[in-house]
Ligand binder design. Structure first.
Ligand SMILES: *Cc1c(COP(=O)(O)O)cnc(C)c1O
Length: 421
């Protein structure tokens, strides 16, 4: 096929033959990004779910600037630094009580890999070699081989299937089918004696912004406890206020054994991730026997500049205004979504905290639905950054978004669907 691209860059989740042109972004501020030629685009998906307070949020920018002049990077094995120590302390203060240790890495996927390695290391070190992982149907945990193994199988990972390890899958607790899902989890825990159950609490992001109630999450936690199965909460997307609380697990009063946070950890300004765990998991590795070491690292573990950004973000989360902002965005989102309540073009209107989603009545549902690329193309030409997941349109804005911006976003959705479907 004739190549139509001038750039050597290979973009993520991009079919270059169908989308040869990339939109060049020169600048970001608040809820907007600006193209090189001066177009102002509302970032309605927080630049892939990472930007929380807004682009180039001043306290975070200042923190990055100051840290860059102080200490840029240092090996984190055998060394430590203030930004990392303070981030760890603040995380333990804000995260569900009972989480006691913090392991740094640099992306959501690696935070999940770390969680899996912690779980398996724990059981090996206590002399009970459990290795199987239980997952929820439609889950997404990242794109590395381990993270793909525990995520939904499909077109995204068909080519790598032979490398993916086998897991037990419990059905998604769709409305009316919650009990079947819980029963399947209990059955898998009893039958397989798994090491861990990993789940996206309350909202399955890449799986199509699928939402389920906190009561189901609480019950899943209870089942895991009953069977001695570690409960891993992947809050990479749901963390940092997205679901209305700082972390989604709070709404179910769930304390996970292991929790993964990334995306909004730095407010979306720098790549950084953490995996938190309970004391027992750290303690199982704590030994004079060097074979029990937790053998994991990446070059930029706890990069000081990224940690300084995270520290500034955690400081923002101590301020009541931040939580008030979340509540206000959630309320505006609810009002805007109501516009489509009786609209026959849409189904399954849903909201969890600051996230809204709705499905189109597509001929071929799912990620490869024909309407997907058409909608994406339409939005690329508009001044609203939206990127539907197949036939699911969702809005996940930075929290500085105004009610007026949201009106613009929903008007764009209205117009796009009229135009394309
Ligand atoms: C985005 C995401 C990941 C992967 O995070 P990356 O930083 O993209 O590697 C993992 N889990 C969930 C739930 C996510 O939404």
């Amino acid at each position: 096929m004739m190549r139509k691209t001038d750039s050597p860059i290979w973009h993520p989740f991009t079919q270059h033959a169908l989308q040869p042109e990339m939109t060049p972004i020169a600048r970001g501020e608040g809820a907007y990004v600006y193209t090189a030629d001066g177009r102002r685009i509302i970032d309605a998906i927080a630049s892939w779910w990472v930007v929380t307070h807004g682009h180039c949020h001043p306290p975070i920018v200042r923190a990055i600037q100051e840290q860059a002049e102080q200490l840029d990077q240092v090996i984190f094995a055998g060394h430590t630094h203030e930004p990392a120590e303070q981030v760890a302390a603040a995380l333990l203060e804000l995260a569900p009580p009972g989480l006691a240790h913090v392991f740094f890495s640099d992306s959501g996927s690696t935070s999940v890999e770390v969680a899996l390695k912690m779980a398996l290391g724990y059981f090996r070190n206590i002399g009970e070699p459990r290795t199987r992982i239980v997952v929820m149907q439609h889950s997404y945990h990242g794109d590395t081989i381990g993270a793909m193994s525990i995520g939904a199988r499909g077109v995204f990972n068909a080519a790598y299937e032979p490398l993916l390890f086998d897991v037990a899958v419990v059905p998604f607790p769709a409305p009316g089918r919650e009990q079947a899902s819980l029963d399947a989890l209990a059955a898998a825990c009893e039958r397989d004696r798994p090491a861990a159950f990993i789940v996206e609490p309350l909202v399955l992001g890449a799986g199509g912004m699928l939402m389920y109630p906190a009561s189901v999450l609480a019950e899943m936690r209870r089942i895991c406890t009953a069977f001695g199965v570690l409960f891993i909460a992947d809050e990479v997307m749901t963390g940092w206020g997205r679901t209305g609380t700082l972390f989604a697990c709070e709404q179910a009063d769930v304390v996970p054994d292991i929790a993964c946070y990334a995306k909004g950890l730095t407010g979306g300004a720098m790549p950084l991730a953490v995996t938190l765990c309970r004391a027992e998991i750290f303690d199982a590795h704590y030994s004079c026997d060097r074979t029990r070491t937790f053998f994991h690292s990446s070059s930029y573990t706890a990069n000081p500049i990224a940690c300084a950004a995270a520290r500034a973000n955690l400081e923002l989360w101590r301020q009541p205004e931040t939580r008030a902002r979340i509540a206000s965005v959630a309320a505006s989102q609810e009002r805007c979504l109501a516009r489509f309540r009786y609209d026959e073009r849409f189904s399954d209107l849903r909201r969890c905290g600051t996230i809204t989603a709705l499905d189109l009545h597509a001929d071929e549902p799912g990620y490869l639905a024909e309407v997907g690329p058409k909608l994406q193309a339409f939005f690329r030409g508009s001044d609203v950054l939206l990127r539907p997941l197949g036939d699911t349109i969702y809005v996940m804005p930075p929290y500085c978004v105004t009610a007026g911006d949201l009106e613009t976003i929903y008007a764009a959705i209205d117009e796009a669907v009229d135009h394309v479907v």
